[in-house]
Design a protein around this ligand. Structure first.
Ligand SMILES: [Zn+2]
Length: 241
């Protein structure tokens, strides 16, 4: 999967690939910016391709490629493009060179296929955030209080630092914990644990949508130790509607 591309010199591109077998790998696609280049198709963002790479002195070189899937709907639509860029950016920030994470690879294919298919990209992106965090070992605890283990219901507080919900007793003194309504808590749990049929029937709107966004934006920013630029762009796009 092509996560990012950078221009190199006059005619080449550096591709940052996320591979199922080897994790993140950077490679040069020579001549891919020349008009009528044969390698252009394998050098486009969000492509799913099979590559044959030659070992280079610094970076590997793309010798051949075969297209598995091109995401034409994503490339042709600003909204879908913004969600896909955010998903690719999250994988970029949480992956490492030559460190395989096949589960994350499969998740990335899943989210791009889902966005390409036109299903609600915002809800899908929240499912992706939760599944990605879980596969990295950062599943937020939404059912029980992270501190005392008591079941949490009704309006409650979410703490990114503590890694989940806080009950009424434990929230005292927890600075920065975010108040969420009962509906938001229910939606977050559904996003976290439902299969594809489950979340697709979930309609997020109004205050619940705003709270779900706020909780997950907070949590992702806390885990990445920065707010990704792609998330900033996505939110400014959301607000302009
Ligand atoms: Zn508690």
């Amino acid at each position: 999967m092509v996560l990012k591309t950078y221009d190199l010199g006059e005619a080449d591109k550096i591709l940052v690939l996320f591979t199922r077998e080897s994790g993140r790998v950077s490679a040069v696609a020579k001549g891919s910016r020349k008009p009528k280049s044969k390698s252009a198709g394998g050098a486009q963002a969000f492509g799913h391709n099979v590559y044959l790479l030659h070992k280079g002195r610094n970076l590997d070189i793309v010798a051949q490629y075969e297209i598995v899937r091109q995401y034409r709907q994503i490339r042709g639509d600003l909204d879908r493009l913004a969600y896909a860029s955010y998903a690719a950016d999250l994988v970029f920030h949480t992956s490492h060179e030559r460190d395989p994470a096949p589960e994350v690879f499969d998740l990335l294919v899943w989210i791009l296929d889902t966005i390409e298919g036109g299903r609600n990209p915002e809800v899908a992106a929240h499912v992706f955030e939760l599944r990605l965090m879980e596969s990295l070992g950062y599943r937020p605890q939404l059912g029980r209080c992270v501190i005392c283990g008591r079941e949490v219901s009704g309006p409650a507080r979410f703490s990114s630092e503590a890694g989940g919900m806080l009950c009424a007793n434990c929230r005292q003194g927890a600075a920065g914990a975010r108040q969420v309504s009962e509906g938001t808590l229910r939606s977050l749990r559904l996003l976290q644990d439902s299969d594809d049929a489950g979340w697709q029937s979930l309609g997020l709107a109004g205050e619940v949508l705003r709270e779900v966004r706020a909780v997950l934006d907070d949590y992702i920013t806390y885990r990445l130790e920065k707010r990704p630029a792609s998330l900033e762009f996505l939110r400014s796009l959301n607000e302009s509607k």
